[in-house]
Design a protein around this ligand. Structure first.
Ligand SMILES: [Zn+2]
Length: 328
């Protein structure tokens, strides 16, 4: 790009000389004009290529706006949640690490004719991925009932609204399909294209129980579209559903993501970062960012961990807002 601009400038200078000194300047100017048009066309396509390649989701054909549509609670909402969780833990003898959760999962497959009508084996694989990640840490998922299957084009195409709020289609689908949100994790598999998924916050369960749950693109399930094909979108969204924020949610601010052992992180990461990055220096000790955390936006193949602090927060938040899931 830079070299192209230099070439344009050189040609432009020659054109100016032609106008000043010789007849036939107009003819000499023609190649200059064509050169400028060609350079502009090349720059345009180069920009389009760059834009596509560096977007938040490499699967750009589906017009995705980002990996996750989950809204970060406001600072006031986060403060209220911290108070609620602290109050819950004060009332317990054992600490957060000792809490055990058992979570029944109900899958709802919303498809458009044959499109998105995923096989039960795929859902079983997704279910297994959840247990692989969470169950060694005291959060176990159980298969609640056979998946529901609904052929509905409008519901299949549900998206978050412009302000990342629930759409009428999402509300209609969940109103019809949901089962006991206080004690069951409802997972809606749809054809959503703007995001790979989103989840509701535990603090919103009481005020809007029907909307509670996780929405996933069927393309994010195991065997889906690379590089989001290992079923880790569900792990990320269930992390939200259990009370986690994005690891970079608070930037370098005081509370960060409300987890003590995740370093503050200034911004989301995509792709598969290989080199160490230290984006905030206000942590003590000042350590590098966690580049492979499930609560970032990196590729599935490059995600591999929750921290002990994240597991504690998921358990204590669930104990506070979803007490039916706690195994005593
Ligand atoms: Zn998210």
């Amino acid at each position: 790009m830079k070299g192209g601009r230099v070439a344009q400038g050189d040609q432009g200078d020659q054109g100016d000389q032609g106008e000043q000194g010789e007849q036939g300047g107009a003819l000499k100017g023609l190649p200059v004009l064509l050169g400028l048009v060609l350079a502009a066309v090349i720059c345009y396509f180069a920009w389009e290529f760059f834009k596509e390649g560096s977007g938040p989701i490499r699967d750009r054909s589906a017009a995705r706006q980002g990996r996750c549509g989950t809204v970060t609670p406001s600072p006031a909402e986060q403060a209220a949640a911290r108070d609620d969780v602290a109050a819950f833990l004060q009332g317990r003898k054992a600490g957060a690490a000792e809490i055990q959760l058992s979570i029944p999962v109900q899958f709802h497959v919303i498809h458009d004719g044959g499109t998105g009508n995923v096989a039960e084996s795929v859902l079983r694989s997704q279910f297994a991925v959840l247990n692989d990640v969470f169950s060694p840490h005291g959060i176990t998922f159980t298969w609640y009932a056979a998946p529901t299957r609904t052929d509905n084009k409008s519901w299949f195409e549900m998206e978050l609204t412009k302000n990342q709020q629930h759409s009428p289609e999402e509300r209609e689908a969940k109103t019809k399909l949901h089962v006991t949100p206080a004690s069951v994790l409802n997972v809606y598999v749809s054809g959503t294209k703007k995001y790979l998924g989103w989840a509701t916050s535990p603090a919103n369960l009481a005020s809007d129980p029907v909307m509670d749950g996780v929405v996933l693109s069927y393309q994010s399930l195991p065997g889906g579209v690379e590089p989001y094909h290992l079923g880790l979108t569900a792990v990320h969204e269930v992390g939200h559903w259990l009370g986690l924020l994005h690891i970079w949610a608070g930037g370098c601010g005081t509370h960060g993501d409300n987890v003590d052992d995740t370093p503050p992180q200034a911004e989301a990461r995509e792709g598969c970062p290989k080199e160490p990055i230290n984006s905030c220096h206000n942590d003590r000790p000042d350590v590098d960012d966690h580049l492979t955390n499930y609560m970032d936006y990196v590729d599935d193949a490059c995600m591999d961990r929750f921290t002990p602090g994240q597991f504690k927060l998921m358990k204590s938040t669930s104990g506070s807002y979803r007490p039916a899931l706690v195994v005593d």
